[in-house]
Design a protein around this ligand. Structure first.
Ligand code: AMP
Length: 543
């Protein structure tokens, strides 16, 4: 027997409708690309998004078309997302941190028809427009006064388009399963692959993110997503903030410590989110300037693991609660958030930090398990570690155009490519990437755990561990180290330090010292490059 409730399509336009109607006066504050800080409201964003949708329809954009954005976090970018989806089209966030050739490949693969871009990205677009014949034109997210002289074809001024557009445009009412957004994974191997979010997955994911044991945004929260909208949906905040009626502060192009601090302070931000690199810059600025964070209550950190000292500094020195989060583009992106459970508040500081340093527990709608190489489920005992598999309504089912083939197993589980433990309370901890874990004599050694311990050595600034082929053990760990400036730790010294802290069979077979460890565009250690660099390396134990 079917239920007898209404079929109310979960379209993202319902989010901005709700914000405009019930939180119409709530502010959206932007540090603009042009420089000044500007203020508008959810009512303004709603009205302008409708004009944006009308303007796009006027340019010939139809249901299912893909419209790209190449933009910082600003109110115009936010309006564009709601405008594009409201016109029935799909917003496609291009990542300006990629090489122009990669952006051109992605724009071509996605079949982008128009690009809405900040003026700061005009030089990149001029470089790649010839490689993207499918792009009909470019809308520059600025007013007439700031329109640059450009050789871009069909370069239009966003504010002029909006001024001339129908303010009463009615949202296209399509199926909730229709595509709404598109974001390509950073793709450490092969070409980047497109993750195509639906209206339904975006709405459900944002509802889940707003759970009280997750991001818990409310109409009283002041939220600043420093995480860019081009990085996996800005961790849902572009939807979950208007859904809750939270005041939204958008930092535009300036993500340095001083600029981020200025907005945290003047706008009294209570909740913010970004990757560790951003918080490193902020903490440095705070220390140098002697500033405090009186308004900030919670900071979400994810994208890569939160270093212990960062968590301790926020919590102890500044009284800000850190929520460690994990996710991936393929998961819309949030999978886990490290909010403590009942009883855990009573634990001592170190114990609490120990739990919070794990990547967190699944938000509602994310199913999770760990398995061994043969696909057998492993114990949730916080000890066993295996491939992390996920399932849920906001998890990818296949990449755009079937790239990379079938993604799910027979039961619908998606391989995250991460290796993790899950403890009895449900807290998950990443111990490695599947392709980075070191397989020694049939057992696994966590490269990340070794790295974390190694950087505890006072003479080590950065450490990376990779597996090197070994005739007896299959693979053995090699520790690659960047020494702290002025320090010169010896191989023996480093191994002695580790000897007391890891199981004997985990001890690296060798240590090499380098000036630099390669990183990806998103700040992660590039193990692939490192492995190539050491492809001919022979361990002393293998000779
Ligand atoms: P992306 O799709 O670019 O966001 O990358 C997702 C990947 O980043 C995950 O599969 C993890 O390997 C890594 N990642 C994300 N959050 C964390 C975290 N909190 N700790 C460790 N690794 C993380």
């Amino acid at each position: 027997m079917q239920g007898l409730m209404q079929d109310w399509p979960l379209r993202v336009s319902t989010v901005i409708d709700h914000a405009a109607r019930y939180h119409g006066e709530r502010e959206v504050v932007t540090r603009t690309v042009e420089g000044p800080v500007e203020r508008c409201t959810y009512r303004d964003v709603h009205g302008r998004a409708r004009r944006c949708a009308a303007a796009l329809a006027g340019l010939g954009v139809r249901e299912g078309d893909v419209v790209a954005t190449l933009a910082w976090n600003t109110h115009r970018h936010l309006e564009a997302w709601y405008g594009i989806t409201g016109a029935g089209a799909v917003y496609h966030t291009l990542n300006p941190r990629l090489f122009p050739e990669q952006i051109a490949y992605i724009a071509g693969h996605a079949e982008d028809r128009w690009v809405l871009a900040d003026t700061s990205f005009v030089p990149i677009l001029e470089q790649l427009q010839d490689a993207c014949p499918g792009i009909e034109g470019f809308v520059l997210l600025t007013d007439r006064q700031h329109m640059p002289a450009t050789g871009l074809r069909n370069a239009l001024c966003y504010e002029e388009l909006l001024a001339d557009a129908d303010p009463d445009f009615a949202w296209i009412q399509g199926d909730e399963g229709a595509a709404a957004g598109l974001c390509y994974t950073s793709g450490t191997t092969g070409n980047p692959k497109g993750v195509l979010y639906s209206h339904r997955s975006n709405v459900l994911h944002s509802l889940a993110c707003n759970g009280a044991d997750a991001l818990a945004l409310t109409s009283r929260t002041v939220v600043m997503p420093v995480v860019p909208m081009f990085h996996a949906n800005a961790w849902s905040i572009a939807f979950s903030a208007p859904m809750a009626g939270a005041k939204l502060v958008l930092p535009g192009p300036r993500l340095d410590g001083a600029s981020v601090y200025e907005l945290l302070d003047t706008e009294r931000v209570s909740f913010t989110a970004a990757v560790p690199t951003v918080w490193l810059m902020l903490l440095q600025h705070l220390e140098e300037s002697g500033s405090e964070l009186p308004y900030l209550q919670r900071v979400v950190i994810g994208g890569s693991a939160v270093p212990r000292v960062m968590m301790e500094t926020f919590e102890k020195r500044y009284g800000v609660e850190v929520l460690h989060a994990w996710g991936m583009t393929e998961m819309s992106p949030l999978g886990t958030v490290g909010v403590l459970k009942a009883g855990m508040d009573a634990l001592g500081f170190d114990e609490r930090i120990g739990i919070k340093l794990k990547q967190g527990r699944p938000i509602y709608s994310v199913e999770m398990k760990i398995v061994d190489d043969a696909g057998r489920e492993l114990a949730r005992d916080g000890e066993a570690f295996g491939h992390l598999l996920v399932r849920g309504p906001a998890v990818v089912s296949e990449y755009l155009k079937g790239e990379g083939g079938a993604l799910l197993d027979d039961e619908g589980w998606f391989q995250t490519g991460d290796v993790a433990t899950i403890d009895p309370e449900g807290f998950m901890q990443i111990t490695d990437r599947s392709k980075d874990v070191i397989k020694s004599g049939g057992e696994w050694i966590s490269s990340i755990e070794l790295e974390n311990i190694a950087v505890g050595h006072p003479g080590i600034a950065e450490a990376a561990v990779i597996g090197i082929a070994h005739p007896k053990w299959d693979e053995r760990p090699l520790l690659v180290v960047v020494p702290v400036e002025g320090a010169a730790p010896s191989r023996e010294d480093v191994l002695d330090f580790l000897r007391d802290r890891v199981a004997r069979w985990w001890l690296p077979d060798d240590v090499v010292f380098v000036d630099e460890i390669p990183h990806t565009a998103t700040g992660k250690i590039q193990k692939l490059t490192l492995r190539e660099q050491f492809a001919d390396y022979r361990l002393p134990t293998a000779r």
